[in-house]
Design a protein around this ligand. Sequence first.
Ligand code: QAP
Ligand code: CO
Length: 173
Amino acid sequence: MKLTIVEYPDKRLKERSKRVEKFDAKLHELLDAMYPIMMESNGIGLAAIQVAVAKEVLILNIPDEEGEQTKENLLEMVNPVITYKNGEITYQEGCLSVPGFYEDIQRFENISVNYQDRDGNTKTLEADGLLSIAIQHEMDHLHGILFIDKLSYSRRKKFEKEYKRALKEKKRS
Ligand code: QAP
Ligand code: CO
């Protein structure tokens, strides 16, 4: 399965992903193909819509205390639903679909999420800190929402201007 990362302002990033019904080889192939593309791109999280597959699938690989990203910490979530949210936390977020841009975004500090693993088993996870932020960021992708959609009007305008300039620079080189 050959995948490439879809970048803003590609309209596909606004699509609402669909619930996964079949936990078959095709789903496993998708998950297996998402991991290397995330790692090659120096990412810690990736939603399927970022590789143009509109399914409620995401992967996360948060670095440990030593800052190491190990495959044992790989988290695969299918059909995730947040069942509890509390508190506030702000973090300078980035996104593989919005390369080179980082902005402070406010999220819930503590969440509880129900999801299914690649075999369809139901799981519950309580998360805080960076993991909580990452789950919320990736789940937003499943709803067609990017972190830049959460910026104030003036910060969004500033972003659009800078991003357009960066895109032009990229095309020239
Ligand atoms: C989402 O983001 C996230 O601009 C995952 O040039 C963000 O992996 C989770 C990346 C914040 C938690 C906190 C971005 C790589 C990676 C870039 C990413 C770039 C290269 C972003
Ligand atoms: Co993202």
